[in-house]
Design a protein around this ligand. Sequence first.
Ligand SMILES: [Zn+2]
Length: 153
Amino acid sequence: MTIDSTSGSYSFDDIYENKLDDCYRFYDDFAGLLARALSYVSYDDADRILESAFFVPYYGDSWHISPSLIQRRSFIIIDAKDLEDADDAIVTILHEAGHAYLQHGTCSKVSTELMRQQEDECWALVRRWLPDSFGGTIDHAERLGSGSQGNQQ
Ligand SMILES: [Zn+2]
């Protein structure tokens, strides 16, 4: 694998095979969506996202995640309803990844004004990361006031 870190992106296979923690395989479909989402961003940004965030899809399972796995990363929960459509999933994953990438605080602790500012900043980053073909999906998600099909954050 040769890498020019100033341009281009990892391939899906590079991310899926070489970049994701083994535990992501527990939810193979989700690992595939995560690899797809990260294949849109630059090498450096994909590495930074994986270093700053750990993603868990919420399909209703109960499970334990060890502290050694988290290692001070943001813990991102993606609702199963946001994973039903692949484009929605990619937008949601990258929106929540954007909060970790931008080192935003947890929403309950910030003012409404700052939360709005952080949302705008995050959506701008998602628009920079994804090609124009995602514009409609991003517009829709942003109109819902969320990175997800539901409410909050
Ligand atoms: Zn958000």
